[in-house]
Design a protein around this ligand. Structure first.
Ligand code: TYD
Length: 139
């Protein structure tokens, strides 16, 4: 899973609180054209269940604890987002699922493009076929 990077950001502490940031050309390699966030998660319920053909994303959990699982159909990789300084930078093509492990968790996502349902693959068998045909895996 070389195309998914977990980066730990600096935490700039001050008496007023903490601040973290990431930038294009440093931690991420794309422009962010859309931001969305998932909140009021149903506890232990999974969501996601899709892959993106082209979309790149950066995601982090500003509050709470969320498990994020990726697969390319052969290997699985799971990440725990449990600190606002941890970000995941995700290239296109991975099947993903999310589970909230704490009430009130928020998943924040910066995406390289605007919403386009045609970029989604929502059927796992279709994904496996797409993955094989596109040979997108870095493994
Ligand atoms: P979806 O990406 O399927 O969420 P999840 O993978 O977490 O289950 O999106 C859920 C719904 O929201 C779906 O009907 C598409 C819609 N949606 C938008 O209209 N714009 C967006 O930017 C996103 C991310 C989703």
């Amino acid at each position: 899973m070389k195309k998914i990077r977990e980066v730990t950001l600096k935490e700039i502490k001050s008496p007023g609180g903490s601040l973290s940031f990431f930038e294009k050309g440093k931690e991420i390699n794309f422009d962010i054209k859309r931001i969305y966030y998932i909140y009021k998660f149903c506890e232990q319920n999974r969501r996601g269940f899709h892959a993106h053909k082209e979309l790149k994303q950066v995601m982090f959990c500003p509050h709470g604890k969320i498990k994020v699982e990726f697969t390319d159909g052969r290997m699985k990789q799971s990440y725990l987002l449990d600190d606002p300084t941890k970000i995941l930078v995700i290239e296109k093509g991975y099947w993903r699922e999310f589970v909230s492990l704490e009430e009130g968790s928020i998943l924040f996502v910066g995406a390289s493009d605007v919403y386009d349902e045609k970029d989604y693959i929502r059927d796992y068998n279709e994904y496996l076929k797409w993955e094989e045909d596109n040979n997108e895996s870095a493994i």
